[in-house]
Write a protein that binds this ligand. Structure first.
Ligand SMILES: [Fe+2]
Length: 204
């Protein structure tokens, strides 16, 4: 629903990646103004594409966070109070996710996207600024991100073998699955009549 039409996955990112350097000193020289690249068992040809992948996800999360915040601010009508609180809970969770992803880009020696322009350029979600997102739109966006995350986790596993990023992305995907479930449950018209309920009805 909120997915961009063009294939943004193939778009080349123009995010600065710090050049690799070799440190031949004790790390305390005043003249050392270059940024120190991590020596953590992941070569730059792995770290750089993972930083790009993480920045794509960072952009997704930032856009969805702002959309959720719009829903929080502009909620009105019958379920106002509940919705106001529900959206607040979720945009705070999304903000925490952005923080974790941004920090991971830094751990890998990259630079975290931080501008609105950058987020909009790299997000796989549309901003849809013309209207206030409702639960259905937010649910569709969560589900879109879950599908992309699943793909990126596979990539980090098969191509990059970066366990730290895999762990992070799996935890992010689980949070989205939970947020999506909560949104889905909220708009269900009738409670699911499971076996327990049927048993209770039979016993009455
Ligand atoms: Fe608020």
């Amino acid at each position: 629903m909120g997915l961009k039409k063009d294939n943004v996955r193939t778009k080349a990112l123009q995010i600065p990646i710090q050049p690799s350097i070799t440190l031949e000193n004790d790390g305390h020289k005043n003249a050392l103004h270059v940024l120190i690249q991590p020596n953590i068992g992941l070569d730059s040809d792995v770290r750089n594409p993972v930083v790009e992948l993480l920045n794509n996800n960072l952009a997704n999360e930032a856009v969805l966070s702002q959309k959720t915040r719009s829903a929080h601010w502009n909620a009105s009508g019958k379920g106002f109070f509940e919705l106001h609180i529900l959206f607040e809970t979720q945009y705070k969770q999304l903000n925490e996710i952005t923080d974790k992803i941004a920090e991971r880009t830094r751990m890998l020696g990259g630079i975290a996207l931080a501008s609105f322009a950058g987020f909009l350029a790299h997000s796989r979600l549309e901003e849809q600024s013309a209207f206030i997102p409702d639960i259905l739109h937010l649910l569709a966006d969560h589900e879109t991100l879950i599908r992309f995350l699943r793909e990126d986790i596979r990539k980090c596993t098969d191509e990059f073998e970066d366990e730290g990023s895999i762990e992070l992305l799996v935890s992010v995907m689980s949070l989205h699955e939970k947020m999506a479930w909560i949104l889905r449950a909220y708009i269900e018209q009738e409670p699911v009549q499971g076996e327990t309920q049927k048993r209770i009805l039979r016993d009455e």
